[in-house]
Structure formats: structure tokens, C-alpha cells
Design a protein around this ligand. Sequence first.
Ligand SMILES: C=C(O[C@H]1C=CC=C(C(=O)O)[C@@H]1O)C(=O)O
Length: 381
Amino acid sequence: MSFPTKEQLYAQFSQADDAVYFASADKQHIYFGFGVSAEINTGDAGAIKEWMAQQDQPVFGGLPFDEQPQASPIMAGYFFAPCVVYEVTAGAIFGTPITTWPQIKQQGQATITKQVDDIKWPERIKNVIKTMQTDTNKQKVVLGRQRQLKLTSTVDQVQLLIDLNTQQPNSYHFVLKHGGEIFVSATPERLVKVDGQAFATAGVAGTTRRSINADEDEQLAMALLHDDKNLLEHAYVVNTIKERLAGLVALTVPNAPSIMKNPQVQHLYTPITGHLNTNTNILDLVTQLHPTPALGGKPLAWAMATIKDIELEPRGLFAAPIGVVLPNGDGEFIVGIRAMLIKQQTAQLFAGAGILADSDAAQEFAETGLKMTPMMNLLKG
Ligand SMILES: C=C(O[C@H]1C=CC=C(C(=O)O)[C@@H]1O)C(=O)O
């Protein structure tokens, strides 16, 4: 049996009711999964862990950001074992292979007819900043906003997969299709990777824009590397990861962040690696780490309550752990940022920014706009 071509995988993805595409940032691991052989609809990590232990196929899905109720079947927490999984880089097939592949159907690009933004977001953020200025125990909260779009037609999913690869080549890609909805993320951020006893996570927090001028781009990166607000925002993440993993993993952490460049933004970045001290289930590591202060805040209970209070809608899989787990327990979870949820002719985009006492609300609003650009560009073609 020959391995399918990219065109066949893309065509199958666009025509399947249930499908997943996962690619690691370095594209060393690329999976396509089709059909459902087993599934679980829950946000309960314990139940998911038990369910995963019974699967002999790679499983894919995500846990919701928090416990707020969700109407959407994907956003409420969903994992599935596809009937067949194609691991592209290794040329491996798990499950029952597809024998008849569809042709690509030319659909044409949808265009955006209506855009609704949460324009009162900066006002609400200003109030949070004031609270943080008067109470220094409230150190950081990552606050998100959403953008609702109406489209002229449904999205051409073949084109979406092509554009994801050409427009965001260095990000993780995660596209989950289930129950008439598609969740798309082109995230730069790994939450946890387990490969035997080897462990990896990362601190990604602190952001500035890119410039098409190479000298200016470098100046922006240098300014970010020396900016007190962004360094503090980043340090909260790295220190919290270290605290939460103490005892579980022997960690190697660089002394200072470096720069991670994506097409629209550049971030402070600290890759963190380690060795698992015991045989720890990847889901336990996920629940231990999620949400890091790159998505939640510090102190955590206050940050979670503020997120619930300030954001207009529950996050669902936005900023949440999404990923793949193999039958031997290895796997990788990423955080579902630079993301959108597509349903028929609508798309809901998500982006957030780390708010500190010396944040500027207008600047954070602009940053969230930049972070929505990858998804906007996918929809614009
Ligand atoms: C919450 C988001 O970004 C997080 C990840 C990297 C940098 C961030 C920042 O600088 O604010 C955020 O913590 C998002 O992209 O929606």
C-alpha cells in the first residue's frame, strides 16, 4: 500500500466529517487522522487519562481552558482516536488505511463581509490595570478578546491547509474538525513534550512587532530583550514552570530568554528541557502546567476569576492544551493560541496579551490585533 500524497490528504481532510491535522513546529511530526474509532466529550482530565489508557491508536484533542460551560462540542473538551492516522514524516499508518481517495474540489476563497470586535476591551483592561497598580499582589493576568467574522461562503479547507503551511511555516499547526466545527491554531507555544523520559516545555511571553526592515527588526528584538515590563512578564512564566515541576523533572533552563520570530510578532522565548524523574503520565504534566502565566496569570486564582469576569465569552480551546498522545504514552501538547473557530459561514478569532501594572491598554489592544493577523490572513487567502 503506497503512502498518500499531500493532495490526497488535504482532499480527504476537506471532505471528512471528522479529521485532525497536527504538525510540530519543526515539522518533524506531521499527522493526519480521519474518522472516529473512539471519542470522549469532556473537560475532565482524569476521565480523559483513563480513556486514553484504553486506546491503541494515537489520540488527538484538547481540554478546555477552564471549567466554564461551553455550547460547542469541540470547545467543551474533546478527544478522539481516528479510524486511521497517517504520520507523514515517518511514512507510518495506524489503523485501517483509506483505499479510495477523493479528488480536490475547487471551492474558491470566502471573503469577509462583517467584522465585529470587542471595542470596549481597552476600557475594561484599564480598570484591571488600575486594580493592579493599587494592589501589588496582583502581578499578571493574560486577558483575551474575540473577533466575530461573517464570510460569503464556507472556508476552502484545502486552501486553508496550504496557506497555513506557507504563511506560518515555523509554528505548530493544529486543525480539528468535528461536529460541524473547525478549530484552527498556528501557535508558537509548546506546553509539554514527552519522548520516553525526555521532557520539554517552553516559556513564551513578552511580545513586540516585526518590521520588514531587517535593521529595525533587530532593534525591536534588542529592545524587547531589555524591556523591563516584558522581561518581568516572561520571568513569571519561567519561574512558575520551575516551581510547578519541582520534584517531577530535573530541568535545564537557560539563564536569559532569547528571541522567537514569527511572521507578525517576535517573543521572548526560553526553551526548557529535562528528564522525568518518575514515569509521569503526560496528562498529569499538562494539568500541572496549565495554565502557565503565559495564558493565565499570577496569582492564579485571581487571574482565572479576572479572565472569567473581563472576557465576554468562555475561551474553550483558546489558550488551552491541545495535542496528540501516542499509545506508548509519548506525545506533545501545545497551547491553542493564534486560533479561530470556524462554523459554517462564521469565524471566531481569539487573541490575548499579558497585562501588568505598567501595561498600556491601547498598546495591548494593538498587540492582540497583531496576534489575530495569522488567522485573518488564512481567511483572506
Ligand atoms: C495569549 C496569547 O499570547 C501569549 C503567548 C505569547 C506571548 C504573550 C504576550 O506577550 O502577551 C501571551 O502571553 C495570544 O497570542 O493570544
